[in-house]
Design a protein around this ligand. Structure first.
Ligand SMILES: CC(C)(COP(=O)(O)OP(=O)(O)OC[C@H]1O[C@@H](n2cnc3c(N)ncnc32)[C@H](O)[C@@H]1OP(=O)(O)O)[C@@H](O)C(=O)NCCC(=O)NCCS
Length: 152
């Protein structure tokens, strides 16, 4: 399975808000419908295709803070957060998310990918990523999963 990662960018007519993705019932519209231009933005939106079909959407963020979690490594500017990944509802539990994450890691060899898990702990753990918890515990703060370092 191979993937095309298409970076979404606002057009010249997009000023206050823009609509990065086309309507697609396979994705949650409230997560992806629009973005505003208010304030500085450090995010990147990706539309992921396989054989011409949209199979996932990803939001990356390079402005990451993880020091408030217990025992985290010093990642500095190498940290790259997956703010959100959504695999098309009709494509889930077929290994698509896993293969996309492998491809994303390969696209960013100098970075360490990480995610604050929103009810997807089993998925992030299945990738072999290391889990870190907030000092107050997982009841109040989402667990953090960090990509294993190359060669580790
Ligand atoms: C989380 C998500 C990206 C996983 O994508 P996917 O393509 O379905 O994942 P995979 O098929 O590669 O799953 C790999 C493994 O992760 C675990 N896993 C994935 N989805 C799971 C679920 N709903 N419940 C329990 N374990 C799950 C399983 O161990 C699975 O292996 P298995 O199918 O052999 O048991 C997808 O379910 C999704 O888009 N969910 C809605 C959005 C979301 O929750 N995003 C994450 C926010 S942090």
């Amino acid at each position: 399975m191979t993937f095309d990662f298409i970076e979404k960018r606002p057009g010249p007519g997009d000023r206050l808000v823009w609509f990065p993705f086309a309507d697609n019932d396979d994705f949650n519209p409230s997560w992806w419908n629009h973005r505003s231009f208010y304030g500085e933005s450090s995010y990147t939106l990706l539309e992921v295709h396989s054989d011409g079909v949209e199979v996932a959407r990803i939001e990356l963020d390079s402005d990451v803070a993880i020091d408030h979690y217990v025992g985290t490594p010093q990642l500095g500017d190498t940290a790259l957060e997956i703010q959100l990944i959504e695999v098309a509802a009709s494509q889930r539990r077929r290994g698509v998310g896993t293969k996309i994450m492998q491809a994303l890691v390969a696209r960013h060899p100098e970075r360490r990918l990480l995610a604050f898990s929103e009810e997807a702990d089993d998925f992030w753990a299945s990738l072999g990523w290391a889990r870190y918890d907030h000092p107050e515990g997982p009841r109040f703060s989402r667990p953090l999963f960090i990509q294993t370092a190359a060669g580790a």
